[in-house]
Design a protein around this ligand. Sequence first.
Ligand code: ADP
Length: 434
Amino acid sequence: MTKKIFNSIVITSVITNVVTLILMNVIDISSTVNVGIFFASVLIATVFALRLSRKITRPLIEVNPDDPKINYSEINPLIKKIRTQKGKISRQKHEVMNGREQLSLITENMNEGIVIADLRNNILSCNSGALKLLGVKNVGEGQSIYLLNDSETFRHCIQNAMGGRNSSCILKTPDGEREIIASPSNTTDTVNGIVVFIFDVTEKQQLETMRREFTSNVSHELKTPLTTIYGISDMLANGIVKPEDVGHFGKNIRSEAERLIILINDIVSLSKLDENSIPRDDVETDLYELAEKILERLRHSASEKDISLSLSGEHVSIIGNRTVLDEIIYNLCDNAIKYNKVSGRVDVKVSHIPTKILVTVSDTGMGIPSEHINRIFERFYRVDKSHSRQIKGTGLGLSIVKHGVIYHNGTIRVESKVGKGSVFILEFPTENRK
Ligand code: ADP
């Protein structure tokens, strides 16, 4: 701008000079004096133009649009526009910063992992959840996504997404199992990058394994008695069995059928507890009376082994599901008899302290080796498979007990000594009490 003003002033002064000289008829090209006057006037015009153009442009160069005192009528509209633009830019910058802060606040507080990467496999963004779930530290923006995990499975999943296909996989990490879902981010036909979600699926996978094991165990447990029933009835149908043996085979069929009924009942109870489909019928149950009735029902099987049954404590009522409470105490007492020695003892005690209702079932039986204690509540788990043939059972009883206790917000623990006996201790919160 300065240059332009300068040029226009110089040219204008030169032209004015020349025109003035011509008009005054004093110019004579051959005269050296006149040529000298001409160049001198050009020089003066140049110096003058330089100073004038600087003077004109200085306020423009030095202008500070934020200075409220500034007041040049020629440039005021421009300054006003600059001020408006500046305000707009600062507002937008503030909004972007706020948005970024909010986004980072949300993603940093998520349990799930989120990673965004470009097509060169570089991380653009990665929250701390992703690092935690994948068990890595100090990996972030600008670094390769494969620093998060360099397994073949992960690479394959990421490459699929980079190729424009949604992809997922399960990774095993020292802390559990992780599900990776990688999605390409597309505009029309072009992939711009990928978004990777990481979830902790340890519990889900464990449940899935348990479900698979349960199905296979149920099938096995159902098949065994059914095969026996089928075999015996086939022999009876074909007249192979001697008349004097019919009674014996008939008893076998009944016993296997009984086993099937118990198993099916256990499975039904367990799945009801699993599905949480047991109604919360707020019925008041006296645990002492309930235990008394249960022991009465078990008196016959106890007498077969000459086992004495005793009940002590006090009448304590609890609000809960009577059928479930019955199953809990029945299963514990039934086990205490089954796994007891001949002429042993089973003691049930019902009591309460200010914060808890306590039910203990003690026996003088074979006891449970410590390495098995944590597993006896698993479905189909039996401590000694070899004597499980002699002592009837499904391996589901304690699993039902555990779920029933959880249903009543209670806890269960076991103290046991091999060869001496076991004590199962149930604790329910007193809020369940009336
Ligand atoms: P089961 O139908 O086999 O009795 P449970 O789930 O009730 O199934 O019990 C699981 C296993 O725990 C049993 O097979 C047994 O080995 C062990 N167990 C349970 N209660 C007792 C007990 N009172 N004394 C010794 N072992 C026990």
